[in-house]
Ligand binder design. Structure first.
Ligand code: GLU
Length: 293
């Protein structure tokens, strides 16, 4: 804890997306969220972020629950599924539309890539092609008019327990997508609404999502949601062989917790090792890197 006093009795959550099996990076994130709640007499929630229709796999949910039990992490209350909350996301989307802050966009990924001129914290920045145009809302993605939203919300601040007070600076993201066809709400909108709905007071997640919190703080202001404190923890990183550290990713072959579990390894011992910062050889508890899950 550096600059801020610890939040008493915090409500934290672990919010995996069932797009792949959990790995050590997830185990670390879950241990951090769990322990911060338990150490301060708070509550630890589990939310399954399962609304990405193209990547989400329902059959992985039982594996995730079994992994957490294997690690010795018990969550409080029922498991929350984002797929049960689509009406909340749609209602918030309507509210933002009524405020005149969303506009429909029919650009394909390829069109955005061809037209984009700037890189933001989450990849290419949308150049605003459809903003102010008469675009059909049929099957469109809905983007936040960032300049308008920032002007409406005025100056905002938020607090990270480790990094201290932050002046919200969501503008570098550009006009982010908040609603789309294949995933009814974007990560930014769904996570922000859920944290508010579940009374999460301490949002713990990896440093790779630090910048995203600027956008979430803006959404909280626009939608009149309570403002939590954040705790962005270091990421478990692996070297790529060329001297660069990357956030651990299943696609680079990191071991799945489910495989370790089935091989009879001791999950609670693993959780204890992570608690003490003991990271397996070849990995490191590193600084944030610029990728988004
Ligand atoms: N679903 C995100 C992930 O899998 C979690 C993001 C968050 O904790 O806000 O990393």
């Amino acid at each position: 804890m550096s600059t801020q006093a610890a939040l008493a009795s915090p409500v934290t959550r672990f919010a995996p997306s069932p797009n792949g099996l959990l790995h050590l990076g997830h185990a670390y994130a879950a241990v951090v969220a769990h322990d911060l709640a338990r150490a301060r007499g708070g509550r630890f929630l589990l939310r399954i972020e399962d609304i990405d229709g193209t990547r989400s796999r329902a059959e992985l949910v039982p594996e995730i629950l079994a992994d957490l039990a294997w690690l010795g992490l018990q969550w409080d209350g029922p498991v929350v599924f984002q797929s049960a909350r689509l009406a909340n996301y749609a209602a918030a989307g309507e509210r933002l539309k009524q405020l005149g802050l969303l506009y429909p966009c029919q650009c394909t990924r390829a069109e955005v890539a061809a037209a984009a001129r700037a890189h933001g914290p989450d990849g290419l920045v949308y150049p605003g092609t459809c903003r102010g145009r008469d675009v059909s809302p049929e099957g469109a993605a809905w983007r936040l008019d960032m300049a308008k939203a920032v002007a409406l919300a005025g100056p905002l601040e938020w607090v990270d327990e480790l990094a201290g007070s932050q002046v919200a600076d969501p503008a570098p993201f550009g006009d982010v997508v908040l609603l789309r066809k294949e995933a009814p709400a974007s990560y930014h909108l769904a996570a922000t609404l859920d944290d508010a709905a579940d009374g999460v007071t301490l949002v713990t997640r990896g440093q790779d999502l630090f910048a995203a919190s600027h956008v979430h703080r803006l959404l909280q202001a626009l939608l009149g949601l309570p403002v939590p404190v954040w705790h962005h923890h270091p990421l478990v990183c692996e070297a790529d062989g060329q001297g660069h550290w990357h956030k651990l990713a299943k696609r680079r072959g990191s071991a799945a917790l489910a495989d370790l579990r089935r091989a009879g390894e001791d999950g609670q011992a693993l959780a204890d090792a992570l608690r003490m910062g003991q990271i397996p050889t070849g990995l490191s508890l590193g600084p944030g890197v610029g990728t988004v899950p």
